[in-house]
Design a protein around this ligand. Structure first.
Ligand SMILES: [Zn+2]
Length: 376
């Protein structure tokens, strides 16, 4: 590997930051939005198309890939980058969140989680050690610690016990990861909505030492106000010189608020999932393309957007292919949504670098408040 993983902070504006994460597979401009390639594909998109939207890094899901097609098989076929034809950085989650949300017959012990596959019922163990091994086999550039996400609602005592288990697992993840130049291991802060628990978690992680730090246990249904409440203080417990990753976020206004509060990286299935269900995200807010008001509208989704869906097709066409169940519907709307999310990130990065984030955010909210263009 030509270069060790490291983070360079370029500028700050309030609590917001812009910088670059350097990896041997390429740089990641922050704040960064990571499209999700759950099953070794960003659904409905070619990898080179994802790249043209401006994505520097993709996220892969350990839970899904270990079950199908299997981490050993991917390793035999040259690793996840080669397998899915994406040569830039990949971050993999630990499987901890999805095993708790998707798998059947789960049994949680100090050692890890045993569970049955939601695909074929086969039994598996995910632990700090097995998660590190699976992510190594995949060839992930940024590996996430194996942690436990308590189901909500939970008592503060339950959240504290879960957080302390995750901190013991963080140490085991660090030990199992070992020394892998060019690859990074991120710790995950837990602690729910209790500042003292968040700080205890951050201190435990910093004592172990990681290449980056995720803020976990948010975007799990607590609502934007509660999430921003935690983000008002939690990033302050983390090192200034390491990237901060907010997992599973989010809607455009969640992203803007998180960036204002000092988050550097995010991921979400929203732009691709919405693309397949007929929802477009634009600078003026969400647009439901199935709505009959688009049926005769020759105008593009967003006249100022340079994506293929907006430069080549009308709202009427997008409406028609969605209603007809044509595959190109998901392809075009996903492309537009990913393009919009990456344009938003580019705008945030430029605004932070120029010290005008407040103006950018005011414009962002003002345009959304106007709503979608009037029907013809
Ligand atoms: Zn577009």
């Amino acid at each position: 590997m030509s270069e060790r993983f490291h983070f360079t902070l370029h500028a700050t504006d309030g609590r917001a930051r812009t910088g670059t994460i350097h990896t041997p597979r390429g740089d990641i401009r922050t704040p960064a939005f990571m499209p999700v390639g759950t099953a070794a594909t960003v659904k409905a998109m070619l990898p080179e198309s994802v790249r043209t939207t401006g994505a520097d890094i993709l996220l892969g899901n350990t839970y899904h890939l270990m079950l199908r097609p299997g981490a050993e098989r991917i390793a035999r076929l040259g690793g996840l980058h080669r397998f899915m034809n994406w040569d830039r950085p990949i971050l993999t989650d630990s499987g901890g969140f999805q095993v708790m949300s998707l798998a059947a017959l789960r049994k949680l012990t100090e050692d890890g989680v045993t569970f049955s596959s939601h695909i074929d019922g086969s039994r598996h163990l995910l632990s700090p050690e097995t998660s590190m091994e699976i992510q190594r086999l995949l060839g992930s550039d940024i590996v996430m610690c194996f942690d436990e996400c308590p189901a909500l609602p939970a008592t503060e005592e339950a959240v504290a016990q879960s957080m302390r288990l995750s901190m013991r697992w963080a140490q085991r993840s660090r030990d199992a990861f070992g020394d892998r130049p060019g690859h990074a291991l991120f710790g995950i802060m837990q602690g729910g909505v209790t500042p003292e628990l968040r700080e205890e978690s951050a201190e435990a992680l910093k004592a172990i030492g990681f290449d980056g730090y995720a803020i976990g246990g948010l975007a799990v249904g607590e609502g934007q106000a509660a999430m921003f409440g935690v983000l008002d203080y939690a990033p302050g417990f983390l090192p200034v010189d390491k990237p901060r990753y907010l997992m599973g976020v989010g809607k455009p206004d969640d992203i803007v608020g998180a960036v204002q509060r000092g988050v550097d990286m995010m991921d979400c299935v929203l732009p691709s999932r919405s693309g397949r269900t007929g929802q477009a995200w634009t600078r003026r807010g969400p647009v439901a393309i199935k709505n009959a008001r688009h049926a005769d509208d020759p105008r593009p989704l967003d006249a100022d957007c340079t994506c293929p869906a907006c430069t080549g097709y009308s709202r009427a066409y997008l409406h028609h292919v969605f209603r007809a169940g044509e595959m190109i519907s998901g392809m075009l709307l996903t492309w537009h949504n990913l393009h919009y999310f990456q344009e938003l990130m580019a705008g945030l990065r430029a605004a932070i670098a120029q010290g005008r984030l407040d103006d950018f955010v005011a414009d962002f909210h003002a345009l959304r408040a106007q709503g979608d263009i009037e029907p013809l």
